[in-house]
Design a protein around this ligand. Sequence first.
Ligand code: ZN
Length: 238
Amino acid sequence: MSSSALVLFSGGQDSTTCLAWALSRYERVETVGFAYGQRHAVEMDVREPVRRELAGLSDDWGRRLGPDRVVPLDVLGEVSASALTADLPFGTRPDGLPATFVPGRNLVFLTFAAIVAYQRGLKHVVAGVCETDFSGYPDCRDDTVKALQVAINLGMEARLVLETPLMWIDKAETWQLAQTLGGRKLVDLIVAETHTCYVGDREHRHDWGAGCGTCDACRLRAGGWARWRGSAAGSNAP
Ligand code: ZN
């Protein structure tokens, strides 16, 4: 039980890095994803190939990776209109939050993940939320996650631990973390298979992966890649 984890896995760069992090650390690792009426289901489509290829990177990882589960949360798209779930323009809302903000989304995800972890007997709940590349999502903040952990454990009479390995690192360091955890093979897998682009573009290929190249998610991913490769040029990293 103590060496077990449930990873919130979306098929993107961050959650794939978190899954590799968990596979490096815990004996039993399961994954959960949420279908909430995303405009583009591309991320959901890449989840299974990414899981399969991760499991193939090492015998330990293959042995440790357990089942996946997708929780339908279409209701989230019904009760909140955002650029992620509805056909609204991207950009900034009048209150300064990004148009992709779905209020409370991560609160809902973490809570449902905690329910799944509780039922599956998994101790740690791992999420790829991050404060560093602050994207304006208040439910990605460290204080939010810590407060929710207290509420979940009180409300469920549990001792779950919410883990956020990316909380204080930036996108360049996230690429480096992948390199450290799984070497070039893991970096290549993340580039080729994971999906981050908000508009669901899998046609345009870049050295950092597929995407439109202009949405916020693509710019963060590409910028992190460029900084990581730039710093790698001066060291012994590939
Ligand atoms: Zn994009």
